[in-house]
Design a protein around this ligand. Structure first.
Ligand code: HEM
Length: 112
């Protein structure tokens, strides 16, 4: 009886642990070599205002948040699209970068 209980508890712990560590993107990813290149200046045009697309950059990649309800109008909890938000998502947001797994990655950030 004790052994069965131990087995079930171990199995539950294993399932929970593997779920926590799962960072596999849930949206299709374009291969890196095929990603469009953006300078910060180009990125700034995609601010989600006046019907424009809303793009954000994190860790050198550009993500399209135009279809996200949480980024309606290009803004999310006081942050604006069209910018590199690497430091903000890592340092200020409660969720960190895991939320990007559900967001289309459309480009790469390059030097001006
Ligand atoms: C005070 C700061 C912030 C708060 C309180 C906040 C809160 C939230 C919450 C509650 C969600 C829902 C999903 C979840 O928690 O798992 C979310 C989603 C998200 N957040 Fe934030 N966030 C903050 C800052 C940021 C920043 C700086 C970024 C920059 C990239 C960001 C990007 C996102 C993205 C991409 C999603 C996913 C949207 C979707 O799946 O449609 N957040 N945020």
């Amino acid at each position: 009886m004790k052994k069965t209980l131990f087995f079930i508890l171990s199995l539950t712990a294993l399932v929970l642990l593997s779920a926590c560590g799962n960072t596999t993107p849930t949206v299709e990813r374009i291969p890196e070599a095929e990603l469009r290149e953006f300078t910060l200046e180009e990125l700034s045009q995609y601010d989600g205002l006046d019907g424009r697309q809303a793009y954000i950059a994190v860790n050198g990649f550009v993500y399209d948040v135009s279809d996200s309800a949480r980024w309606r109008g290009g803004s999310h909890n006081g942050f604006r699209a069209g910018a590199d938000l690497t430091e903000e998502i890592q340092g200020v947001s409660p969720h960190g970068t895991r939320v990007l797994d559900n967001i289309p990655r459309i480009g790469r950030l390059i030097e001006e």
